[in-house]
Write a protein that binds this ligand. Structure first.
Ligand SMILES: Nc1ncnc2c1ncn2[C@@H]1O[C@H](COP(=O)(O)OP(=O)(O)OP(=O)(O)O)[C@@H](O)[C@H]1O
Ligand SMILES: [Mg+2]
Length: 148
């Protein structure tokens, strides 16, 4: 997967980026989303869902409390948020919520706060990092880092 780093100025540009990225994602992949509170992870998922199901008007909300949301996109998306998981038991909590069901090759898995996964989990195929850069008048830099 290609590595990139770019600055986006607004949500419209994020939508354009999400469309491009959507074309390169395949079912079975696990994509990590990192970046601080409010950096734009959930907003990116929203645009990706729109790109993969343009006619459906699917509502995307933060799964911080529900842990996982499923969307009827093509491929179907499973959206996780690890933020509230106990730091020392991230994998255990994921296992007990049955997240392995989503690793059957049919789902596209998106995980907010994937930097909370233990390194040895080796779950991620790629990671996208979001940053709010106030110095550049609220632009957000997005990078794509190769997974394993
Ligand atoms: N590219 C963007 N341009 C303008 N506003 C944006 C952009 N990305 C996100 N926002 C806005 O920033 C706010 C926070 O975004 P979002 O909820 O996606 O962050 P998050 O990284 O998921 O945060 P959390 O860590 O709390 O889950 C939202 O109000 C959203 O509309
Ligand atoms: Mg979020």
């Amino acid at each position: 997967m290609k590595e990139f780093s770019l600055t986006i100025k607004n949500e419209k540009q994020l939508g354009v980026l999400a469309k491009k990225i959507a074309k390169s994602l395949k079912p079975g992949e696990v994509i990590g989303l990192t970046g601080g509170l409010g950096a734009g992870k959930t907003t990116f998922v929203r645009h990706l869902v729109k790109a993969l199901a343009p006619k459906k008007n699917i509502v995307v909300q933060s799964p911080t409390f529900g842990l996982i949301h499923q969307y009827a996109t093509r491929p179907p998306i499973a959206h996780f948020d690890l933020y509230r998981l106990p730091e020392k038991a991230v994998m255990e909590t994921l296992e007990t919520t049955g997240f392995r069901d989503f690793l059957d090759g049919k789902w596209l898995v998106l995980m907010e706060w994937s930097d909370r996964l233990p390194q040895e989990s080796a779950l991620l195929d790629a990671e996208i990092h979001f940053e709010f850069t106030a110095a550049e008048q609220s632009r957000r830099v997005v990078g794509w880092v190769k997974g394993r």
